[in-house]
Design a protein around this ligand. Structure first.
Ligand code: UDP
Length: 453
C-alpha cells in the first residue's frame, strides 16, 4: 500500500473509530496552528553533551528548534528516556520548552540497539503524561529518528493529531555508503523506517537529496516530504575576535597550520582520512611538522565504541602523535573557539544527513574541506566557502589542504566567505518553515475530517 493510501486509510478510520480515541478527542476542533506539540527523542536527551556516544547533531537540532518554536508561541514538550535515577521527571530547558524524562528500561548500560524492546514502556510513559492533561493537550507529534517515530505513530493515532517525522539518518542510506569494515544497520531498522514513512502525515528532510532518498529508498509520497534546512546558532557561532585571539585562548601557535576534526569519532565520520592526509603532507614537507597542529575534538560513538583507542593507534602507526591533539567533547561555546582557531575544518564523512559542524565552523569564519556526501554540498559552497571532494582518497584531502600551507592568507579569505555563506542558515528560518509544515499537516487533517466525518 502506498504511503498516501495508508495514511488516508488511517484517517478514514477517524470518521468511524480510530482505535481507542475517546469521542471528545474525535469531535475536538482542530486548531489552525499547533499551540503545544509533543516532541519525541527516545534514545538521546536534548540535555546531553553532544559530540560523543548517542548525542550529536540531532540533540542540537531539537534544542535549537524547540527554543525557536517556543519563541513563536508553539510550546514544546520533549519526551526522552531517563538515563540516571537522579533526573527529575521534568526540566524546563527554556521558557515554553519542557523536557520530560520517561522511565523505560534500566538507567544505564542500555545500548541504542536494545531500545526497540523498550518502546512499549516508553510509549506507556508518554501516555501517562498525556492522561494527566485536559483533552487536546498536544496538537501534534513531532518525532525524531526511527525509534521515536514508532512511539509517535501510536501516540498521534491515539490522540487524533498529525504525526510529523524527521529521520535524521536512514538505515538504507547509511548501509549504501559504509566505511570499510563498518557494521551495517539491521533489517529491523529498515522495516521500522518503512512503517513510519507510511504512518506519518508529513516527513521533514534536511535537504532535497534526503527528500529524494525518502522517495527512492522508502517510497515516501513526494508531496508529503518537506525540505527544511537545519540552522546554526549565529549568536554562539560567529567570528568574534578572530583566529589569533582564539588560538591564544586555546594555547595554540599563532602561525600553525591547523586542520580541525570535530564531532563523534566513528568510522562513518572518517577522521582516519584526515590523519592519513596529514601524514601525506608531512611526508612531502617534513618542515611542516614544526608548525602543524591537528586537533580532534569529540568522543567515540556508534561502531567507533568497539575500538575507542583505534584513532590514537593510527596516529602512532603513522608517526604523527606529536601533531595530533585529542580533546574530549566540549560545550559549544568552547567548540566555537576551536572552529575560530582552525585554518580549516575537515569532514571526510561517508554519509552525513546534514553535518551541523560544517555550518557552525563557517559561521565562525572557518572554511571547510568536506566529502561531497549527504547534506554537505548544501552546507558548503564548493570553491567559495570550502572544497568538496568526491570519494575518500586521503591524497585528495592532502591536495585540498596544501593551498593552506602555501598561502597563509587563504584561511582568512575563505573563512570570510564561509561566514557570509553561513548567515543564511539561521534557526529562526528553520523554525518558521517547520511551523509551516505543522500548519499544513493540521490543515490536511481538517480537510479530511470534513470530507469524511
Ligand atoms: N558538538 C559539541 N561538542 C563537541 C563536538 C560536537 O557540542 O565536542 C556538537 C556540534 O556543535 C554539532 C553536533 O555536536 O552541533 C554534531 O552535529 P553533526 O550534524 O555535525 O553530526 P552528528 O553528530 O549529527 O552526526
Amino acid at each position: 500500500m502506498s504511503q498516501h493510501a495508508s495514511r488516508l486509510g488511517g484517517l478514514r478510520g477517524l470518521s468511524h473509530i480510530p482505535f481507542g480515541a475517546p469521542s471528545h478527542q474525535r469531535l475536538r476542533r482542530v486548531p489552525r496552528r499547533p499551540r503545544r506539540i509533543a516532541m519525541l527523542s527516545v534514545h538521546t536527551s536534548p540535555l546531553h553533551q553532544p559530540g560523543t556516544g548517542d548525542a550529536g547533531g540531532m540533540n542540537v537540532y531539537i534544542v535549537e528548534l524547540a527554543r525557536r518554536l517556543a519563541a513563536i508561541d508553539i510550546e514544546v514538550e520533549i519526551f526522552t528516556r531517563a538515563t540516571t535515577a537522579a533526573l527529575p521527571p521534568a526540566v524546563e530547558l527554556a521558557p515554553g520548552v519542557l523536557v520530560r524524562h520517561v522511565d523505560a528500561g534500566p538507567y544505564e548500560g542500555l545500548a541504542k540497539e536494545d531500545l526497540p524492546a523498550q518502546l512499549c514502556a516508553f510509549t506507556h510513559g508518554v501516555m501517562q503524561a498525556w492522561a494527566g492533561h485536559r483533552p487536546g493537550h498536544y496538537d501534534l507529534v513531532h518525532s525524531h529518528y526511527w525509534l521515536s517515530g514508532h512511539v509517535g505513530w501510536l501516540a498521534a493515532e491515539r490522540w487524533g493529531v498529525p504525526l510529523v517525522h524527521a529521520m535524521h539518518t536512514m538505515a538504507k542510506v547509511k548501509n549504501a555508503a559504509l566505511a570499510a569494515g563498518d557494521t551495517p544497520e539491521p533489517a529491523a531498522r529498515v522495516i521500522g523506517e518503512q512503517q513510519i514513512v507510511r504512518a506519518a502525515d508529513r516527513l521533514i528532510a534536511n535537504t532535497v537529496e534526503e527528500a529524494e532518498e525518502l522517495v527512492r529508498h522508502y517510497e515516501a509520497a513526494r508531496d508529503l516530504v518537506a525540505v527544511v534546512h537545519p540552522g546554526v546558532n549565529l549568536d554562539r557561532f560567529r567570528p568574534a575576535d578572530g583566529r589569533a585571539a582564539a588560538r591564544a585562548r586555546l594555547g595554540l601557535p599563532a602561525d600553525a597550520l591547523i586542520p580541525l576534526f570535530a564531532g563523534r569519532i566513528q568510522p562513518l565520520k572518517a577522521p582516519d582520512i584526515l590523519l592519513h592526509a596529514v601524514a601525506h603532507l608531512l611526508e612531502e614537507d617534513p618542515s611542516l611538522r614544526e608548525r602543524m597542529v591537528v586537533p580532534v575534538v569529540g568522543g567515540p560513538s556508534g561502531s567507533g565504541l568497539a575500538k575507542p583507542e583505534g584513532l590514537h593507534k593510527l596516529a602512532a602507526r603513522l608517526g604523527i602523535c606529536d601533531v595530533v591533539r585529542f580533546r574530549p567533547p566540549c560545550a559549544q561555546d568552547e567548540l566555537a573557539d576551536w572552529y575560530r582557531a582552525a585554518s580549516v575544518l575537515v569532514m571526510p564523512s561517508y554519509s552525513e544527513s546534514f553535518g551541523l559542524v560544517a555550518i557552525e565552523a563557517q559561521a565562525c569564519g572557518t572554511s571547510v574541506v568536506a566529502a561531497s556526501v549527504g547534506g554537505l554540498p548544501v552546507a558548503v559552497r564548493d570553491g567559495v566557502s570550502g572544497t568538496l571532494i568526491d570519494g575518500h582518497d586521503p591524497a585528495d584531502y592532502a591536495r585540498a589542504l596544501r593551498p593552506f600551507v602555501q598561502d597563509p592568507g587563504r584561511a582568512d579569505r575563505m573563512g570570510a566567505a564561509a561566514a557570509r555563506h553561513a548567515q543564511s542558515f539561521g534557526w529562526d528560518t528553520a523554525a518558521a518553515a517547520t511551523a509551516e509544515v505543522y500548519t499544513e499537516a493540521m490543515r490536511e487533517r481538517r480537510r479530511l475530517r470534513s470530507a469524511h466525518g
